[in-house]
Ligand binder design. Structure first.
Ligand code: BGC
Length: 545
């Protein structure tokens, strides 16, 4: 096993996503906060991660879990204070952890001072030009400027009442009506974001996750979409009932996403990042098709990483997994950016619930942990947490509310974490949690799993520990694929690392043509006789040659 490492930190960092509202509450209001994150830094450092990414904690009316930002340069009192945010950065750094903050450039909250000014100003004014305000169509302007839908269902336009009390212009919101889209053709918008980036860079953040990074440039809004309702369905993570071909055709060439103009914006952002020392980085959230276009976001002079969401949807199937890994690496090879991998995030069903099988989730995790590039872990994923079970009355996601419950939304993945099995609310809060925790979360609590050698948590700890030492894991090195029986993933990497995954339900034998020992496994029962490895169903093995 080789012990030499490593290039720039973010090229193969393990980055842990904290969703602050659901992580740890320190003041008994039932909502997680920054002091709660500081309290749990020893736990986070003990996982063997390299960095934290925090979902937004900025001033917000919380219509979309804080992705509706009313002041990107201050902390919402629910989460603490600016001093708490500064302390978090310095405490994390003391423990050797980098810190990444979320920025939300596609829209502001309607509570942002700019939007309030826009509502009070006249059509055509400079204040309105920071957003997308247009007159409606029809003899009384009663028809929205185009037929686009909000990603959260319903029209993407809301008509305002002008200061004279009459119905007036419409504004665009690709998300909730409380999230007016910003007009990135307006240089004032870019200047304001540069100020925000510098504000946090000056305070020591190591990077930014860019929300809806593919949304900032839009096509001419006067053109209607051919089938806006189908497009809304295609954009949902759960777009069941639609063929893959239909979905891809709708997601290709969307009028408001992945327009060429976004790249000019990121070239400007990159100049700001490069003003700072210390290998600061950016990662783009860009949910687009074809995925080959993702590489455009990480060309030299643009961003550093772009999320690859393949594994949020991947089937537990060797051929699909191999195809995905090969494609993702291939798509990025010309631009030199590292790939990223994620099984979970705050917008998607948790992997255990999605696959409906814990063994498969453990085995898929060990594949993701072994790949080149950077690994993102969403809070609770390391516990094998399933989605929380919620009654309709408890759900808060605007996607649920705006679809009248047709779209269940994302709250299931946002239920607060269980820390201690025997404490009220499993140690998350001594107040009433903002989303009720499922009773079964008790058995997933950190203290319970800590004490169990076979737990999900200890599986992750072992993976991340090995990743730190072994040059055949993470890193930039290539993957060598080997022939294998159907249903088996078989590849090797540098320094004698071999991975075997059995995606079938039955024990399968594979001849690896070399001697090797097992260094990590997602489940029990494997054995090696000579060069023949016997792998139980739904199991991944890490071998050392
Ligand atoms: C975030 C979501 C949010 C949306 C609008 C995203 O992609 O991850 O949680 O609802 O952007 O800001």
């Amino acid at each position: 096993m080789s012990l030499t490492r490593k290039s720039v930190w973010w090229r193969d960092a393990v980055i842990y996503q904290v969703y602050p509202r659901s992580f740890k509450d320190s003041n008994s209001d039932g909502i997680g906060d920054i002091p709660g994150i500081i309290e749990k830094l020893p736990y986070l450092a003990s996982l063997g991660i390299d960095a934290l990414w925090l979902s937004p904690f900025y001033t917000t009316p919380n219509k979309d879990g804080g992705y509706d930002v009313a002041n990107p340069r201050d902390v919402d009192p629910t989460f603490g204070s600016l001093t708490d945010a500064e302390e978090l950065i310095s405490e994390a750094h003391t423990r050797g952890l980098k810190v990444i903050f979320d920025v939300v450039p596609n829209h502001f909250s309607s509570e942002h001072i700019w939007f309030k000014e826009a509502l009070l100003s006249a059509p055509g004014s400079a204040a309105r030009a920071r957003f997308h305000f247009y007159d409606g169509k029809g003899s009384h302007g009663e028809i929205p400027p185009n037929n686009w839908n909000s990603l959260f269902n319903g029209p993407a336009w809301t008509r305002i009442t002008e200061s004279n009390g009459e119905l007036g212009q419409w504004y665009l919101h690709l998300f909730d009506s409380s999230q007016p889209d910003l007009n990135w053709d307006n240089p004032e918008v870019l200047e304001d974001f540069k100020t925000t980036l510098r504000f946090w860079l000056d305070r020591g953040v190591d990077g930014f996750r860019i929300d809806v990074a593919h949304g900032l440039a839009k096509d001419d809004i006067h053109a209607d979409h051919r089938d806006p309702d189908a497009l809304t369905r295609a954009l949902r993570v759960d777009s069941s009932g639609m063929s893959k071909e239909e979905r891809i055709s709708l997601l290709t060439d969307m009028p408001f996403f992945d327009r060429d103009g976004v790249h000019d914006i990121y070239k400007e952002w990159r100049k700001v990042i490069d003003e700072y020392s210390g290998d600061r980085m950016t990662v783009a959230e860009a949910y687009i098709y074809p995925t080959s276009r993702l590489a455009r976001y990480v060309r030299p002079g643009e961003l550093h990483q772009v999320f690859n969401f393949d594994f949020l949807l991947i089937e537990w199937d060797a051929a699909a997994i191999k195809e995905s890994i090969i494609r993702v690496l291939d798509e990025l090879k010309d631009v030199g950016a590292p790939p990223t991998w994620a099984l979970d995030n705050h917008d998607s069903p948790r992997v255990v619930s999605r696959l409906g099988n814990v063994d498969q989730a453990r085995a898929l995790a060990l594949i993701a942990h072994a790949l080149p590039g950077s690994l993102y872990i969403y809070q609770g994923e390391e516990l094998g947490l399933p989605d929380g079970e919620l009654a309709p009355k408890d759900r808060q996601d605007p996607a649920f509310i705006r679809s009248n419950g047709k779209d269940l939304g994302r709250d299931g993945a946002r239920v607060p974490l269980p820390w201690e099995a025997s404490k009220p609310n499993f140690g998350f809060s001594s107040g009433s949690p903002w989303l009720p925790q499922t009773a079964a979360y008790k058995e997933f609590s950190v203290d319970t799993e800590d004490a169990d050698q076979g737990s999900f948590l200890n599986l992750y700890r072992t993976s991340l520990g090995l990743r730190k030492q072994h040059t055949g894991l993470g890193g930039d090195s290539e993957i060598h694929w080997h022939d294998a029986p159907e249903g088996i993933v078989f590849f090797s990497r540098t320094a004698g690392f071999i991975l075997l995954a059995n995606t079938t339900a039955n024990t399968t034998e594979v001849n690896i043509h070399t001697a090797a020992v097992i260094i990590h496994q997602s489940g029990p029962g494997a054995f090696i006789a000579g060069s023949i490895v016997s792998i139980p169903g739904n199991t991944t093995l890490w071998l050392q040659q």
